[in-house]
Design a protein. Structure first.
Length: 222
């Protein structure tokens, strides 16, 4: 049974989430502040954390940093902060996904299932992935059909495909591919993603695998 820790300072929301998650056969623990969340996580070892950012004692981003100091379990941020910078900060700190309040319970449950699946297969690195009509061989660094990628295109694509379904922030991509001095150069990403789509997507104008999340980052959909 998947163990989920829900962290939020709204008692009614905590109760509603507990009821819905238990009804779907998850084991649930709750915490109303950041300090309690960190203690619960250390003692109970959940498989997934649903975390509000606006906690009364510790900012949710700091809680993410605290968790990431010792665990790689999935973290879904659930927050009333709709600003893109809040989402970027949470993702850069190590969150796996971000759901904005108000939200539909079905959407949240779908996100829970998605990050749980990704976590279950995280250790099994794919040898190859299909994008459109192409097979990308990650170990051999080749693309079927004779398509050639530059070293930078490879690096960018590899980060995305090794995190299937996960929203990878602009800052993370820029820092890993170009370095910390380039984290504001978002036009690099637009240019290189456009190049990758032209080479790999069946319809580059309507991509189905290399997806832009405006203002936040990119996802690879297998």
């Amino acid at each position: 049974m998947t163990r989920i820790l829900v962290v939020d300072d709204e008692p009614q929301l905590l109760r509603a989430l507990r009821i819905n998650l238990v009804a779907r056969h998850y084991e649930v623990a709750v915490a109303a502040d950041g300090a309690s969340a960190l203690r619960q996580a250390a003692d109970w070892h959940p498989d997934l954390v649903i975390l509000d950012l606006g906690l009364p004692d510790i900012d949710g981003v700091d809680v993410i940093c605290g968790l990431r100091g010792w665990t790689s379990i999935p973290i879904i941020v659930l927050s009333g902060r709709a600003g893109s910078q809040d989402k970027i900060d949470a993702l850069d700190a190590g969150a796996d996904d971000y759901v904005t309040k108000p939200f539909g319970i079905d959407e949240l449950l779908a996100r829970v299932r998605a990050v749980s699946r990704r976590s279950a297969v995280r250790e099994a690195e794919p040898a190859s992935v299909r994008i459109g009509d192409h097979v990308v061989d990650l170990s051999g660094k080749t693309v079927s059909g004779g398509t050639r990628l530059t070293p930078t295109e490879w690096h960018l694509l590899e980060i995305l495909v090794r995190n299937p379904g996960k929203l990878v922030s602009q800052r993370q991509l820029l820092a890993e591919v170009w370095g910390e001095n380039y984290v504001r150069e978002t036009h690099y990403l637009r240019q290189y993603l456009a190049q990758l789509r032209r080479k790999l997507e069946r319809d580059p104008a309507r991509p189905v695998h290399l997806i832009t999340e405006p203002g936040m980052g990119y996802r690879f959909h297998p």
